[in-house]
Structures are given as C-alpha cells and as structure tokens.
Design a protein around this ligand. Structure first.
Ligand code: PGA
Length: 252
C-alpha cells in the first residue's frame, strides 16, 4: 500500500548551520508514534546534504537531493552525479521541478535520461509535473500533464515504478500563495492515476504515491491531504521553518 509523504524542498535556501538546526528542530518536534504510515523528507542544497545527513542519522527525517546530472561523471562543471549522492547514502532525488524546467531549460527528454540514471543507481525519484496558468486557462491541462508523464516516465518498465513518486505541482501555485482547490488537486491526481493504470496496471497505479505541491501551508494542508488520491505534499516556502512544516506534517 502506498505511504503518505511530506517532503520539504528547501531550494536555494539555508546555510550549513541553518540546515542542521532545522533538522534538529524537526526531530525534536516530530511525533514518532504518528509515523507508521508516513515518511518525512527534506531536500537541502547539495553543499548542505552531508551535514544534514549526519544530523538526521537515526531520525525519521530522510534527507534527499534536489537534482542530479544524467551522466555518472565527467567534464560537467558545477554538476552533481548520482554516484556522489548514493555514496553519501542519499536514497531519493527530486527531478523535473518546474524551476529546473523553466529556469534551467530541462526538457522532458533530458528528464527521462535523469530518471533512468537515478533508477540505475537505485535512487527513488520524486518526479514533478505541472501546468502553467496559460495552459489551465485554455483547458489543456490534462493534455499537458499526460504529455509530461508520457515523455519522461512511460518508457519505464512496470517494476521500475516502485521507485517513482509523482508530485503534481501546478506552476501557477508554486510560491504564489495561490493553491489548487482540494477538488482541482483530487481530479488531477485521479487523472494521473488513471493514465498510469491504462499504461501499466491498477496495481502500479494504486501503489504509486502522488503528492500535491504549490503553496501548501498549515492552514490549507489538511483539506488538500484529505483527498483520497492525494498522498501527501511537496512543500517549498512553508518547509523552511520547523513550526510550519511540523504543522503540515501533523495535518496528514
Ligand atoms: P511552494 O513551493 O510550497 O513555496 O509553493 C512548492 C515547490 O516548489 O515544490
């Protein structure tokens, strides 16, 4: 059965000490007894991964990466490769975030290569998809989401899906304070689950966690997470302080 997941995407925020302190405060505040069916993750920047991993040792907070390169090594100045992550015992990586797609020109084809590289190294992938406001307004959002899933994930074999988590993040809701209504989130999550079922099987569709992302806050998390096809959230801004993130964790 799929687990609920609350993942904090810290993006380009937090110094070394701030990262360690935040993980410390999360560990202090998490009610361990409530974690039987949910996972908690945080994604610091690359340079803060190692101290964060040390701080989270023996704690329920999983430290994950925000990105990786599609090659194992080589002349790619400024990039980070999968074997570097697994050598530190990172087990999960976010790929396809809309900021990577728009600001760093990552195409669906490139993302398919990154997914393959992550899976080759036994990394679990949180794969982000989402439509812009323009696409939603022209009512092409289902087509867009289906295309993003198809182009980057539908080459995978069914058994590889055990390492795929989807994060549906409407671009118009990321960092804007606008959130999809619980109904909008649920209908898109249902749609995503349906296309996975059609391509693979109901078993694959039912065991894939689909997270919602985009201005998840303590005051809207419970309503969004209560939708049957929403299996948790990918949280940006509200994951940067322990109080808000703990409130979101406790609302699932
Ligand atoms: P936000 O970011 O919660 O600040 O909207 C979400 C994300 O980008 O994953």
């Amino acid at each position: 059965m799929r687990k609920n997941i609350i993942a904090g995407n810290w993006k380009m925020n937090k110094t070394f000490q701030e990262s360690v302190d935040l993980i410390h405060n999360l560990n202090d505040g998490i009610d361990q007894g409530s974690l039987t069916d949910k996972r908690i993750m945080v994604a610091p920047t690359f340079v803060n991964l190692y101290p964060s991993l040390l701080e989270s040792k023996d704690s329920p907070v999983e430290v994950i990466a925000q990105n990786l390169h599609e090659e194992d090594s080589g002349a790619f100045t400024g990039e980070v490769a999968a074997p570097m992550l697994t050598a530190m015992d990172v087990k999960t990586v976010i790929l396809g975030h809309s900021e990577r797609r728009t600001l760093f020109n990552e195409s669906p084809e490139l993302l398919a290569k990154k997914v393959d590289k992550a899976l080759e190294h036994d990394l679990e992938v949180i794969f982000c998809i989402g439509e812009t406001l323009k696409i939603r307004k022209t009512e092409n959002h289902y087509l867009e989401i289906a295309g993003q899933v198809r182009k980057s994930l539908f080459h995978l074999r069914a058994e590889q899906w055990k390492n795929i988590i989807i994060a549906y993040e409407p671009v118009w809701a990321i960092g804007t304070g606008l959130t999809a209504t619980p109904e909008q989130a649920e209908e898109m999550h249902q749609f995503i689950r349906r296309i996975i079922e059609k391509k693979y099987s109901s078993e694959v569709a039912e065991s894939t966690s689909i997270l919602y992302g985009g201005s998840v806050k303590p005051n809207n998390a419970e309503e969004i997470f209560s939708q049957p096809d929403v299996d948790g959230g990918l949280v940006g801004g509200a994951s940067l302080n322990a109080e808000d993130f703990l409130a979101i964790i406790n609302s699932i």
